[in-house]
Design a protein around this ligand. Structure first.
Ligand code: ITT
Ligand code: NA
Length: 181
């Protein structure tokens, strides 16, 4: 089976490919699924994966990934609005907001939703780190300002990021389930 990853974000696909190597090929599909308005990443992702699977046709399974950065001192902002905030305010200015705070702890969360003819499953991943001034040119999105163990995620290789990241953890739970379902 080919896993169809429904996303406009190539960085997510690169990370899923690295993880699923030797299990199944991953194909990037662009499909504008409905983003239901709610605070739950799991509900957004599960709804999107189900809808994409039904609408796209074929038996190949579908993956959707809904992620967010949650800054402790900002009450979890930008959270589910992370994509909007990256596009409008930008990563550098989000760092400026965090820089003004004493507590610079933040969490990245992602929910991977999988859909096939048997149903929908979700897999969660979280990583806790510290916001720092931007460093590194790998990864994507907020990676340059998210530090884990002395390195920003933009200073890590795909494999290094997958070993510790929110998405890597969700992919680990997913592949374990997928391999022996
Ligand atoms: P799709 O919805 O098309 O999959 P997106 O980039 O809009 O792509 P999200 O809404 O899930 O994806 O992402 C929320 C924001 O968080 C967005 O600005 C991403 O760039 C960013 N983001 C997601 N995963 C990330 C990661 O692993 N490292 C850094 N930033 C990430
Ligand atoms: Na999105």
């Amino acid at each position: 089976m080919t896993v169809r990853f429904v996303t406009g974000n190539e960085g997510k696909v690169r990370e899923a490919r690295a993880y699923l190597e030797g299990i199944d090929p991953v194909e990037q599909i662009e499909y504008d699924y409905t983003e239901v308005q709610c605070d739950s990443l799991a509900e957004i992702a599960a709804y999107g994966a189900r809808e994409a699977f039904e609408e796209l046709g074929s038996d190949d399974p579908v993956l959707v990934d809904d992620a967010g950065l949650f800054v402790d001192a900002l009450g979890g902002f930008p959270g589910p609005y992370s994509a909007y905030v990256e596009d409008t305010v930008g990563v550098e200015r989000l760092w400026r907001l965090a820089e003004a705070e004493e507590n610079r702890r933040a969490r990245f969360r992602t929910v991977l939703a999988y859909a096939d003819e048997n149903g929908t499953e979700t897999f969660d991943g979280t990583v806790a780190g510290t916001l720092v001034a931007p460093r590194g040119d790998g990864g994507f999105g907020y990676d340059p300002i998210f530090e884990y163990n002395g390195q920003t995620m933009a200073e890590m290789s795909t494999e290094e990021k997958n070993a510790i990241s929110h998405r890597g953890r969700a992919l680990a739970a997913f592949t374990e389930w997928y391999a022996d379902r």
